[in-house]
Write a protein that binds this ligand. Sequence first.
Ligand code: ARG
Length: 420
Amino acid sequence: MSSTVVLAYSGGLDTTVAIPWLKEHGHEVVAVTVDVGQPGDLDTIRARALAAGAKSAYLVDAKAEFADQFIARALKANALYEGIYPLATALARPLIGRHLVDVARRVGAQKIAHGCTGKGNDQVRFDVCAASLAPDLEVIAPARVWKMTRDEEVAYAAAHRLPISVGVRSPFSFDENLWGRSAECGVLEDPWVEPPEEAFGWTRPPEAAPDRAQTVTVGFEEGRPVSLDGADDSLEAIVRTVNRIAGMHGVGRIDHLESRVVGIKSREVYESPAAVTLIGAHRALEAMVLPRDLLATKQQLEHRYAELIYDGLWYTPLREAIDAFVESTQARVSGEVVVKFFKGSARVIGRRSPNSLYRHDLATYSHGDRFRAEMAEGFIYVWGLPARTWAGIDATASSPAVPAAPKSSGARPRATPETP
Ligand code: ARG
């Protein structure tokens, strides 16, 4: 008896081979391609699924949803895994997974499938996503069980006359969406070797970037980018434009020796021009409008949040709770940030906000200073008292001396309060 399986279909070798393989194992295949901003003609990919033997093939446009529900949150949380990877691949998985589940419900399928191997993080993300949203569904990962090498897959594809071009295959494995591009395999597996230019697709090498700097002004509304150089646009469009401009200036190349969920260290090469630029700009604005203690506590949770995304734990109460915290910090994160691109760098060179905590009359060293510097001395005496007490303990003495106030000309704290 054949059962229906809903397959996440990218159009690549693994998922194309998976179609006849699943059929040989007694399934009818419904292919689902989710558009999260990857390049390529998705109608061609859909046609390929049908040519490879899928019973039906769906195309889901999830670009706006990806921007509004996933990228916006990751950006507000300045999410960078291990402090460096903006999580493009990881962030799209729970969205793709949810659409698989949706289609499975619509067509009455009991199984979903994906093309992930047994060594990566993506299998974890898809499987845990299904476990969270639809624990009754069975997940099949053909590439985890078929034990074919890449060459054997190519031979299998040829034997089954699959519409896949095996001529000039890239030595790399790529995954792309609106938030970034991931590359692995081939020579990238040697962490000592500089990634060759062929591994990059979105960015110019910084050495070959324009000799002229370019600035862009990013407008934020409650933590979310809403305009570029004063022109309002959707987040999806802003991310696209910044990817193009920053990429042209060589911004966003990331070379990461990464710790995978499954315990493996791997060398990953990313291009995320918009993520690098917008996270930098967002942080700069937060630095202006959020108090120190809130910034510090938020940073701790940001780190945890990035791990949750990486680890495939999107549909969990902890992710939702951190999101609620982050959201509550963003009410005042509105304003503008100027970023200057030049030969691989995206530098914040200006920021302003109606909610700025920066007070020129407190910060200035020039005329107009209203900070009461004379109050600093007493504050520092009390602030430094624990350190002074600690330092005053003499290991040989039985009782430590009472710490003395610093000798200075200014107002010295007294034991008894004085009338002012
Ligand atoms: N290592 C990254 C992650 O786990 C990216 C994996 C990308 N996949 C690929 N086929 N290049 O999120």
